[in-house]
Design a protein around this ligand. Structure first.
Ligand code: SF4
Length: 450
């Protein structure tokens, strides 16, 4: 859980009579949406880090993790106490859990004034006005023809070197374990001119490393008329902003085309890192997950990527203990890790999301078995990841310095390795050469090469 802290206050203070506190759960896309909501209210609200003094609290929720609903209720219970002593305070709940619960949320928690789904957030100012006349407002309709409207880009936080731009939202894939298509709606892409304008805005603010966001960026452009596909979008960005570092997430393996693979190593701005969630190494489980690729197809794409760009860093997501996963299926996942040798993997035990197709599978895996498999998998991946990171030792690489704190700098390689080193604050935002002294499990330690 994060709160948008008062780095924006300098920009917004003085012109806004009211105070806004934003709490965000979940991924970078939710962070982006939170910033966008704050941006839409700029001029009327300035941000406060203190929920008790806010006139409006927005809780932006995520249903990817377990017990999201339960966590939301317990947070709202705490926020209600602030509202009791400040009756004019308004509480809005946005994001995936809001979409799932709809009006039930206000019934159960009358302290909530507004429930907004992922498509409704673009109408936030108007919805806040409706609260004043109508009381509790629910805006969770999902329109299959929804188009993301252009609003000014979210402000990068003061001194931010990295910036994020949503290029599409929603998903049409319906993986059987995933709630996203039900709560974020059908895929919809933003016109490329909006994306370019937004990147231009971030670059003007000093951002040097831009990540394009979407549930499945590889299928960008679906439904847009006279537009480019995803590789075409990357080319346009590369051409318009030749000095940035460009990244994207998340990619679905089935939509990773040869044309996109060819962009790595060819486009100067595109960094040598791809997050490519595989989820399982077993064909039987991949089929049950409705992933639309086989283990072999995944491995072939990894091979092609490495041929096109030998230095590419590949990271992944994995689920263990999916219904029907037997010992052999799990062994297939372990052997896939050994074959691909991911630089990093984010692994989770399968847990049910109400309303998803996988809840109907009867052959659940016992909790102890899931825990044991997760432990085994993490041990193996930690060892592989460390060996991958050790390949960086004794090399000089160019890093972009992102932050400074108490004499320590944090920087990032093009391959997305975090490098810790000592240096001065004025290096933030600069590209410097660093000698990598040693690898840790998920980061590197380096020193500046003069
Ligand atoms: S592609 Fe990703 S977002 Fe879409 S359903 Fe599958 S896991 Fe969920």
């Amino acid at each position: 859980m994060k709160s948008l802290i008062n780095e924006y206050d300098e920009i917004t203070a003085g012109c806004a009579p009211k105070r806004l506190h934003v709490i965000t759960f979940g991924c970078q896309m939710n962070e982006y949406d939170s910033q966008k909501m704050a941006q839409m209210l700029m001029g009327r609200y300035c941000l406060t880090p203190y929920p008790e003094e806010a006139d409006l609290i927005i809780v932006n929720t995520c249903s990817i993790r377990e017990k999201a609903e339960h966590k939301l209720y317990s947070l709202l219970g705490r926020l209600r106490k602030f509202k009791d002593s400040k009756p004019d305070m308004k509480i809005a709940v946005a994001g995936c859990v809001a979409q799932q619960l709809g009006g039930r949320l206000i019934e159960k928690m009358p302290c909530v004034d507004l429930v907004i789904g992922p498509q409704g957030l673009y109408r936030l100012p108007e919805l806040l006005e409706r609260i004043e006349t109508d009381g509790g407002v629910v805006a969770t309709e999902l329109d299959d023809q929804f188009k993301i409207p252009y609003i000014e880009a979210p402000l990068p936080r003061k001194g931010d070197v990295r910036g994020f731009v949503t290029i599409m939202q929603g998903c049409d894939n319906f993986c059987t374990y995933c709630i996203v298509p039900y709560v974020r709606g059908r895929e919809t892409s933003r016109p490329s001119r909006h994306i370019l304008k937004e990147i231009g805005f971030l670059v003007d603010q000093g951002v040097k490393d831009v990540t394009l966001l979407g549930q499945n960026v590889n299928s960008y452009g679906k439904g847009l008329v006279d537009e480019v596909d995803f590789p075409g979008l990357l080319e346009r960005i590369d051409h318009a902003f030749p000095d940035i570092r460009l990244r994207f997430t998340t990619s679905h393996p089935k939509d990773l085309s040869d044309k996109l693979i060819d962009c790595f190593g060819r486009l100067k701005t595109l960094c040598e890192h791809l997050h490519l969630p595989v989820q399982s190494g077993s064909d039987k489980i991949l089929k049950r997950m409705n992933r639309h690729y086989t283990r072999q197809e995944y491995l072939e794409k990894v091979d092609r990527l490495r041929k096109a760009c030998p230095t590419i860093t590949i990271t992944t997501d994995l689920i263990v203990g999916f219904p029907g996963e037997e010992d052999q299926d799990f062994k297939d996942t372990l052997s896939l890790l050994e074959t691909v040798r991911f630089d990093q993997a984010f692994a989770f035990k399968y847990s049910e999301r109400p309303g998803t197709a996988a809840t109907r599978f009867k052959d659940k895996v016992q909790e102890e078995v899931k825990s044991q498999r997760l432990k085994t998998l993490l041990e193996l991946q930690n060892q592989i990841g460390f060996e991958q990171y050790r390949k960086m030792e004794n090399k000089v690489c160019k890093v972009l310095v992102e932050t400074f704190d108490k004499g320590k700098l944090t920087a990032r390689t093009r391959g997305n390795h975090v490098v810790n080193l000592e240096g001065d604050a004025d290096l933030v935002g600069r590209l410097i050469n660093v000698y990598i002294e040693r690898a840790c499990h998920h980061s590197l330690v380096g020193r500046i090469v003069h």
